[in-house]
Design a protein around this ligand. Sequence first.
Ligand code: NAD
Length: 355
Amino acid sequence: MPFRVAVLPGDGIGPEVIDEAVKVLKATGIEFEFEFAAFGGAGIDECGEPLPPKTLELCKAADAVLMGAVGGPKWDKIEPVSKRPEIGGLLSIRSELNLYANLRPAKTMEALIHASPLKEGRSKIDLMVVRELTGGIYFGEPRGRRDNGNTAYDTRLYSRHEVERIARQAFEIATKRRHQLVSVDKNNVLETSRLWREVVDEVAKDYPQVSTSHMLVDNCAMQLVRDPGQFDVILTENMFGDILSDEASMITGSLGLLPSASLSDAKGDAVFGLYEPVHGSAPDIAGQGKANPIAAILSAAMMMRYSFGDRETGERIENAVEAALRDGLRTADIHEKHTQVLSTSEMGDAIASRL
Ligand code: NAD
């Protein structure tokens, strides 16, 4: 049976970079069934909703979802806000598909080592932030205002179950990497962090092959700048992960290179997930063939690894990307002296041909 992939190109450069990711997947020689559906602004234009019911159904029936990006000036003023592509599309699909584990790798590419804004970032970095995505202070109730609007409050809430399932995902990932896991919290101040640490320690007992430690979030922010090479897997909650994953990802260079995966529970023996580049729809360069497709292509590599359990094909795709960069091929966003500037589809061709 071929792998069923729901493909949601979305808006702006989304369709351009997704075309290249699909091209590269086809070049692997593996059999896929790609089913395209409208999502985001395109969903509003075609069906009147950012997440049309038939798109959601298609995703639920698929083995994995490959997504481009959503949003743009055309839909920025839609009221209510909940009908806009980012909220009615992106946030809804994450909760509808129960995508509670967000994985963001940050890895040095030898050919782009000078793109790091940090001197320390120019040594080898290969880390993965595993962020809890559907709980914590972004979702906790009650939230609101009192005292005539002069006092505001949010609720940070975690249940044992929520911590345990994300911790298991992170430990599983660590077993497939360098067997080191740092759990990040604010245990000296927050009760949710004390529960977090307790549960992580319990789960750690099932993974004796993984070396586990704890770090306070403020220290982790500092260590990422001081010595990012020390980390393998960083496990953390929603808000800390939001901030730390942005910090970690930029250490390696450009936005156009960064993939992500959002995982749910296993479907059969494979993990169900949605894979998308970290960047947005880049309306400033849409339709001009200038977008870098590497983030989308590396997201497809993550899909092979996590949803299809095919680490080898994931590595083959990553190696093909590295080879194209080593050969001096670049899109405009990462262009340097002595490198050749390619269009989005030429870059896709170059990577596909190196598989
Ligand atoms: P953006 O990531 O779209 O663009 C930021 C800058 O990076 C732009 O200058 C853009 O040209 C450049 N850039 C981004 N991706 C690139 C690529 N692959 N190749 C080359 N250059 C690239 O962020 P933004 O401008 O803040 O947002 C634009 C729209 O995207 C907004 O509507 C926003 O809401 C939406 N957005 C969507 C997602 C998502 O779908 N996951 C994420 C972020 C932003």
